[in-house]
Design a protein around this ligand. Structure first.
Ligand code: 1HE
Length: 256
């Protein structure tokens, strides 16, 4: 498929790294297929993952050198290929934490938006240059990005070419964490290791049920929530964790 994607296990955390820094980690078809395959076939003991890019930029989006060769039908199938790959990230086996630096633009922002948590460093900037390149998002951005920042802000970014810096990007909801330059990977790995210690059913509910509940009508959402709540509570692991707290063996919630 490609030699530009690398998987490395840190115990039960998978680190998936795009290693195409010379092209600012721009996503060609080989990389999209490799992302889909990698997130589909993570080792069975994987409990969480970090997605990162090598070099100074997370990802410059679609490899524009591939854009020129497609007609409308091929273009649609190409977008569907991206959807299928990013779907394996969002609705895959384990939570994924993105470590961001430099450019998180176009399809790179769509890729980041398919992860569950985004950690940005001070050098991060976000843009959707599709608007100024005469095209439209095609990697799920029209669905996922408004959920992070709202339709109005996405419209502004695409219509005007607006670029958000790291501070403003965190303020409007692109990233949940903002850390000093060069430390996004460390923070993302720390978070992934912590996520890996959660009860697997809780992580499953957060990945697969929460986003769907949030889109259901409230009366449907309450019922789905009650089902998920009872399933997680019934698991032996939940009982053991609550028991550990009651016996003073589990950490208290502390302000940070
Ligand atoms: C690329 C790409 C790319 C860099 N496709 N080759 N994305 C964009 O419109 C963003 C285009 N890229 C940039 O604006 C800049 O490259 C960056 C801000 C990301 C980085 O700037 P810089 O100064 O560090 O790097 P550079 O000198 O611009 O680029 C280095 C090399 O990477 C250069 O190739 P070289 O052979 O001349 O060394 C660039 O051509 C190459 N490169 N970005 C191809 N994107 C499913 S729909 C999604 C639609 C989109 O994502 S559209 C948005 C595309």
């Amino acid at each position: 498929m490609t030699s530009d994607l690398h998987l490395e296990m840190h115990d039960d955390v998978a680190v998936v790294r795009i290693t195409r820094a010379a092209k600012r980690n721009a996503l060609n078809d080989g990389l999209i297929l490799a992302l889909r395959h990698t997130f589909d076939t993570l080792p069975a003991h994987t409990k969480a993952a970090v997605l990162c890019g090598s070099g100074e930029h997370f990802c410059a989006g679609l490899d524009l050198s591939e854009l020129q060769t497609r007609d409308a039908g091929e273009g649609m199938h190409h977008a569907r290929l991206w959807h299928s790959a990013f779907e394996r990230i969002q609705f895959g086996a384990v939570p994924v934490v993105a470590a961001l630096q430099g450019a998180v633009v176009g399809g790179g922002l769509e890729l980041a938006a398919s992860c569950h948590i985004r950690v940005a460093d001070d050098t991060t900037f976000y843009a959707l240059p599709e608007g100024t390149r005469g095209i439209f998002v095609g990697g799920g951005g029209a669905v996922r990005i408004p959920k992070l920042i709202g339709v109005a802000r996405m419209t502004d970014m695409m219509m005007t070419g607006r670029v958000y810096n790291a501070v403003d990007g965190e303020r409007i909801g692109f990233a949940q964490y903002l850390v000093p330059a060069g430390t996004a990977f460390d923070k993302a790995l720390e978070l992934a290791k912590r996520i890996a210690t959660n009860a697997p059913l809780t992580n499953y509910a957060l990945m697969h049920a929460l986003p769907r509940i949030a889109e259901q009508a409230a009366d449907h959402g309450f019922v789905t929530e009650s089902l998920m709540s009872s399933i997680t509570q019934a698991a032996p692991e939940a009982k053991a964790r609550v028991e550990a707290f009651l016996q003073g063996r589990a950490a208290k919630v502390e302000s940070q």
